[in-house]
Ligand binder design. Structure first.
Ligand code: CA
Ligand code: CU
Length: 310
């Protein structure tokens, strides 16, 4: 588990992948994972059955944002809003905006909708939204270790979930960003998709799982700490079913409670953030959703199946 910097990894403006080292061994019990990210169609069924309202659709409470002007306490979410000219890559506020009225039904804001996008991954889901869906479906979010075990699809120590080359024989294997990041309109979608893609448009990995790299980031159930792997290694031995640290800590934003994201998204590019490389880690504040963040679920395997493999 974990990643070294891959040869094509640049990560301008992002911290290097020191949080994904040292590479170490873990053991996870058997489990089942959804083949794809949860789609708009699936999420709509859940909302219909439960009348669930996502965080992005709720008006922020004044007590949670002391000092915020009341006109800013409006339901919405974070949307990729590319500039039309080159910008320095050390300031992500250049291409992310809080958009009033953006939510899973309106991914780019009130004027947008999801008609015809039934098979696209649901986005603008915060952690508790994903957890609520999983519970309703009789499933749960994966731990970070389970996620990486699944993503590797039986391959060990490879930079990509499909193997060694980013484009084996010239073939695109994941939905990432082409063109000049993050400039508007330069992603012409040489990989088949400019922006978000429906699920399962690229070959599955060795375990039959789709989109374990690129398209949308995925929530896991682990708190984020950059030193978690180092701590596991300090304990020694093979970590069994690690569940993440007991509490979150991100030195770059110490007051924010973050969980681990995995997989990268349609915005990943070797010019900025190569986190389609398996083993690299993302992170996000638990109540923050965006239009490149989704999730999938897992389910425990029956106990008899688990012991069969030992
Ligand atoms: Ca793309
Ligand atoms: Cu990225």
């Amino acid at each position: 588990m974990g990643a070294q910097d891959a040869p094509d990894m640049n990560d301008v403006g992002m911290s290097a992948t020191t949080d994904s080292r040292p590479v170490h061994r873990v053991y996870v019990d058997g489990f089942w994972m959804d083949k794809t990210d949860v789609t708009n169609e699936e999420f709509a069924k859940f909302v219909k059955a439960t009348s669930y309202v996502t965080i992005a659709e709720r008006k922020p409470r004044a007590e949670d944002f002391p000092g915020a002007p009341p006109e800013n306490l409006v339901a919405g979410s974070v949307v990729f809003s590319p500039p039309d000219h080159a910008v320095p890559l050390n300031d992500h506020f250049q291409w992310w905006s809080y958009v009033k009225g953006a939510n899973w039904r309106h991914p780019l804001g009130p004027q947008s909708d999801i008609k015809g996008k039934e098979k696209y991954p649901v986005v603008h889901v915060a952690l508790e939204d994903a957890v609520a869906y999983a519970k309703w479906a009789g499933k749960r979010l994966s731990t970070e270790a389970e996620w990486e075990f699944a993503a590797r699809g039986g391959l060990s120590g490879k930079p990509f979930v499909w193997g060694d080359q980013f484009r084996p024989n010239g073939k695109w294997m994941a939905n990432t960003f082409q063109g000049k990041f993050p400039v508007k309109g330069t992603d012409k979608g040489e990989d088949g998709h400019a922006g978000i893609a429906p699920v399962a448009q690229y070959p599955p990995n060795g375990y039959g799982l789709y989109d374990m790299a690129g398209n949308v980031w995925q929530w896991t159930s682990d708190w984020y700490r950059p030193d978690y792997y180092a701590r596991l290694v300090a304990v020694g031995g093979v970590a069994r079913n690690p569940q993440g640290p007991n509490s979150p800590f991100d030195p770059s934003e110490p007051t924010e409670k973050k969980k681990v994201h995995r997989g990268g998204s349609f915005l990943c590019t070797d010019q900025y953030c190569s986190r389609y490389i398996v083993g690299t880690r993302g992170k996000g504040e638990v109540s923050t959703a965006t239009n490149h963040l989704g999730f999938r679920c897992v389910k425990d395997a029956p106990v008899s199946n688990r012991s069969a493999g030992q």
